[in-house]
Design a protein around this ligand. Structure first.
Ligand code: IPM
Ligand code: MG
Length: 357
């Protein structure tokens, strides 16, 4: 098969981690007889420097003309002072919206080799951590009106949180379908004791559950969910939640698995064209030091093979290679315990390529 992949390196550690994922995909192509064409696209701070905007139209077009998009990370201190519309993150949000990828799937699964890297007590970890957060990605407060105005003698800032029934319904369906393929338990997370948008969310989820009677639906308030994720993460199978709650809870969920550097994500909409990115940021403090963990990006590439290209076997081969890398005791700095020997970003990529056979 031939696939055209738009690749966005971005900023900070983005270029380093993407280089490793591209190596891995190239090796998979060789092994299974696929041609992956990598088409590099500018987005984020590097695009601001080059074109004066974080996501030029040409970049959007390249992504929309590809079979899927692989992204490193964007952002950095250098662009923090820019006006909101010109921040690197704005490029990412614009791309998600342009691609229509409303459903962001973020797995929180502990690798058995990394159990001791989890900050949770071993008796909690031993009960198992294996759940998925289905995060709504192109609605809610991220995409409502944002404004800052001067009122009297002070500044006033507003961010609007809006959801329509249909936006909730389409992400709800993904939540139910995802649960159906797993342990059939869906937890809908909201703040219905305070927010109208959450009350609508809850009622849509309950209406949908009539169609998915094989899936057990529970409701949880987001503050309680934040607590339950550290108290007993084994209770969760699939969590479905709105954009901002999903952003926050997925960072928390990643941390209990040992490191945010290990977690991939897929974002899909109505077509098979997806956006695949690790859930961590551009980590400018560790950029260009060859210490970043590329595994979240490598596993994102593996998700791309599975969910966009129907290459299940190839995806499993990558997961197996990561598993063997960890089995043989290799660790990047973020997942190493005191005294454990570490490998750099580049060596990590090379080793995982070697395990692909
Ligand atoms: C994420 C990130 C982004 C988000 C930022 C970089 C805009 O935190 O993918 O979780 O908030 O969605
Ligand atoms: Mg985030």
């Amino acid at each position: 098969m031939t696939k055209n992949i738009a690749v966005i390196k971005g900023d900070g550690i983005g270029p380093e981690i993407i280089t490793q994922a591209v190596k891995v995909l190239t090796r998979i192509g060789e092994l299974y007889g696929h041609t992956f064409n990598f088409n590099y696209v500018d987005m984020g701070g590097c695009a601001i420097d080059k074109y004066g905007e974080p996501l030029p139209q040409e970049s959007i077009d390249k992504c929309l003309n590809s079979d899927s998009v692989l992204l490193g990370a964007v952002g950095g201190d250098k662009w923090n002072g820019m006006p909101a519309s010109l921040r690197p993150e704005k490029g990412l949000l614009k791309l998600r919206a342009a691609m229509g990828v409303y459903s962001n799937n973020r797995p929180a699964k502990i690798w058995r080799q990394l159990a001791s890297a989890s900050p949770l007590k071993s008796e909690i970890v031993e009960k198992g951590i294996d759940f998925i957060i289905v995060r709504e990605l192109i609605g809610g407060i991220y995409f409502g009106e944002h404004k800052t105005e001067t009122v009297g003698n002070q500044q006033k800032a507003t961010d609007v949180l809006v959801y329509t029934e249909s936006e909730i319904e389409r992400i709800g369906r993904i939540g139910f379908e995802t649960a159906r393929k797993r342990n059939k338990r869906l937890c809908s997370v909201e703040k219905s004791n305070v927010l109208d948008s959450s009350r609508l969310w809850k009622s849509v989820m309950h209406k949908l559950s009539e169609e998915y009677s094989d899936v057990e639906l529970t409701d949880m308030l987001v503050d309680n969910c934040a607590m339950q994720i550290v108290k007993d993460p084994s209770q969760f199978d699939v969590i479905v939640t709105e954009n901002m709650f999903g952003d926050i809870l997925s960072d928390e969920a990643s941390m209990i698995t040992g490191s945010i550097g290990m977690i991939p994500s897929s974002s899909l909409g109505a077509t098979s064209r997806g956006l695949y990115e690790p859930i961590h940021g551009s980590a400018p403090d560790i950029a260009n030091k060859d210490i970043a963990n590329p595994i979240g990006t490598i596993l994102s590439a593996s998700m791309m093979l599975k969910y966009s290209f129907d290459m299940e076997r190839e995806a499993e081969t990558i997961e197996k290679a990561v598993d063997e890398f960890l089995n043989d005791g290799y660790r990047t700095k973020d997942i190493a315990l005191d005294g454990e020997k570490t490998v750099g970003c580049n060596e990590c990529g090379d080793l995982i390529v070697k395990y692909i056979k």
